[in-house]
Design a protein around this ligand. Sequence first.
Ligand SMILES: O=C(CO)[C@@H](O)[C@H](O)COP(=O)(O)O
Length: 233
Amino acid sequence: MSAAQAPGLAGYSDEVREEVARVREVVARLHAELPRWELVVWTAGNVSQRLTTADLFVIKPSGVTYDELTPESMVVCTLDGELVDGTRSPSSDTAAHAYVYRHMPQVGGVVHTHSTYATAWAARGEAVPCVLTMMADEFGGDVPVGPFALIGDDSIGQGIVETLSGSRSPAVLMRNHGPFTIGADAKAAVKAAVMVEEVARTVHISRQLGEPTRIPQEQIDSLYDRYQNVYGR
Ligand SMILES: O=C(CO)[C@@H](O)[C@H](O)COP(=O)(O)O
């Protein structure tokens, strides 16, 4: 469906349309975090957030550079990935974001980047081992690898859900592709995208001079519990 054929938001309540406007602001602003934290080149990354008042989500328009993104340019889609409102086609990864929302109801935000170090681990198909307290805090263990999958249908989304449903990690390294992250909202998913690149870089550097030591699982669990339930409260 082209943007011109999109049905628009006229059939939705004022409450839904008001939330769409708010989420467009949030998602547009969070896209600026991707180049800020050096997680993307050109247009190679996207952020989305699910609505709470309707089965819809807001995502980046495909192929638009971050300096051109505005709240009004953000695209609204159904949880089946169908275009509802927007002036451009939605992100190439819309099907993956939509699949995650349909199968992980607790997820409110999804991010995809090709950040360098996390993508290098994805190219090797190697999980980032939990050798840092920051990893235990944020990921509750290793950062897992998901299967290779072609873009454009449910394959990537299926790989993300299969991998993360059994993990505490909010990040998955899709083999030969790059990281996808999830969170309660888009800001949490962007944080996970920043943190997975940071730990991928640190562990890569550490391994240049030897094999870092994995933290024992009992300590990982303790660190994760503290960070998730005490830190910042
Ligand atoms: O991985 C891919 C393409 O292989 C995508 O993530 C693009 O890199 C970003 O696409 P848009 O969000 O601009 O459509």
